[in-house]
Design a protein around this ligand. Sequence first.
Ligand code: ZN
Length: 359
Amino acid sequence: MKTPKDHALFRAERDALAFLGLLSSLYLRFDPPISSPIGNQSQPTHFHGLNVHALVIDNADGEVLALEQNQIHAHQSPVEHGEQRVLRAAIARVGEKRPRGSATTVEDYYRSQLFYGDGLEEADFLNEGATIYTTLEPCPMCATTILVCRVKRAVFLLQDHTYGGAWITIKKTFYDKYNLTYGQLDLSNAKSPLIQRAHDINRAIGQKVENLHGQNVIDTLFFDHLAGDLQVAFQFFCGVTVGDLATKGAHNTANSRTLRDLKRMCNVPAANSVQSQARRPLRSALAFARWPYVSMARFSCSYVLNGAARSRRCTLAPRACGMAKSISQMSPQNTVFGNRVKSPLNTRLIASKYAPRLR
Ligand SMILES: [Zn+2]
């Protein structure tokens, strides 16, 4: 039987992991502000979009369903907010993971089975439906989308004094019958060394944000000024292992999954975790064994990648050809990828892409 204290630890640990994962994602994909060359220095632009990231966790098992970032500039579209993108990706993932049964209507599926659960207890908000985490409080468009999707729990890192606050009004007006929760990240109630460190980083960021506020920096640009804090969070996150989790039993299983998924999505090795230590020698052996195989694919199938007729140039077994073919389908930039295949260094890259197939 889990006590309220167990649930508080579970919640704070999951929130701390999401916090560190989001800041690591921001650090790794940081979009430096670009001052306008035509004089408007008050509103810098960015290559991809604003430095706002979001992720969705499946409360049932701790899986990170999706991790996305604001891409308004890359897509030249005002609706490509991180929350919009992450919810679309998470819907696709849940559709794969828990497809709608033939006895369930489409409406019932997205209202009650996608990201929602009926429960009212604190434990229900951690075990039912999904949680969306965002680095900045959602704007009115995203607050509405979160409610339309009936996301059980929404947590934001920094308050947005300009565009925030809409969730509460819209919930009360249109979605009051649903058991949903919304609020700013709070790591102060439960303690473990991991949570405490995340709490300290969060508090340092909070103090800097107060200063930025005093300098009239607008809320959507806060993270442009916090690159140093993002690096601190990322470096700490790199060293976090499953052994650092203080939860027990099912809570530990769920949070371990969250940690592993976040590290994979941020391309951070799961350093010193029990699983990675155990699998490392096996992975090295497999990498060595597949080397000649991939080298053969490199010489024969680069023609396939470059668009030449496969039947005239390729002499490899169908399995190897199939692999090269799937590289060419992997990206719309397949010509670039096809050129890259000629470099021995990039053959390693391809070997890593092929790893799951070769096993
Ligand atoms: Zn938004």
